[in-house]
Design a protein around this ligand. Sequence first.
Ligand SMILES: Cc1cc2nc3c(=O)[nH]c(=O)nc-3n(C[C@H](O)[C@H](O)[C@H](O)COP(=O)(O)O)c2cc1C
Length: 173
Amino acid sequence: MEKILSTILQRSSVRSFTEDKIPQKDIEKILQAAMAAPTAVNKQPWEFIVIDSASLLFELGSLLPYAKMAKFAPLAIVVCGNQKNMLEGWEESFWIQDCSAATENLLLAVEALGYGAVWTAVFPDITRIHIVRRVLELPPHIIPLNVIPIGVPAHEKTPKNKFNPKKIHYNKW
Ligand SMILES: Cc1cc2nc3c(=O)[nH]c(=O)nc-3n(C[C@H](O)[C@H](O)[C@H](O)COP(=O)(O)O)c2cc1C
C-alpha cells in the first residue's frame, strides 16, 4: 500500500535517457498495468504501438516538436484509441478518458520498475495526428492519443510537489 503511494508521489516526467534497453518482460508488465485501467462500459477502446526501432524513434522525435526526446529513447509506446471499439454518439469521447487512465497506469508502472517516461501529446493536434499516422502506418480508425518515450533516466529526478490544499473543496464549493 505504502509502496504504490510512494510510486505515485515519486513519478515525474523524464526527458533524457541512457542507451540501456528495456527488457521485453518489463515492457509486458508496463502494458499489463496500462490495460488494467478502468474504461467506460468496459469498452477498452485502446491499442498500444510499442516502438523499439531506433530509426522510427528518431523519425518521430524529429517530426514532433514536443517529443524531441524520442529521438534517442530506447523505447516509446503510442497509446491509441480504436474507433471500432468506441462507444457511440456523445459517449464516443469517453475513449480519451479511457486511454488517459491507461496512460497514467503505464507511467506509474514505468516508475515502479525504475524507468522514466514522459507523456507527449498527439491528440487533439491534427498535424501531430497526421505525422504519427503516416510514420507508423496507422489505419484511419486508429487515433494516436500520445507518444510516451521510455528509458532509464539519464539524470537524477526530483518530483514536483503539486499538492495544494486550496484546490480541495469539501462538500459544496
Ligand atoms: C495531456 C498531456 C500532454 C503533455 N504533453 C507534453 C509534450 O508534448 N511534451 C512534453 O515534454 N511534456 C508533455 N507533458 C508532460 C507535462 O509537461 C508534465 O506532466 C508536467 O509539466 C508536470 O510535470 P511532471 O510530469 O514531472 O509532474 C504532457 C502531459 C500531459 C498530461
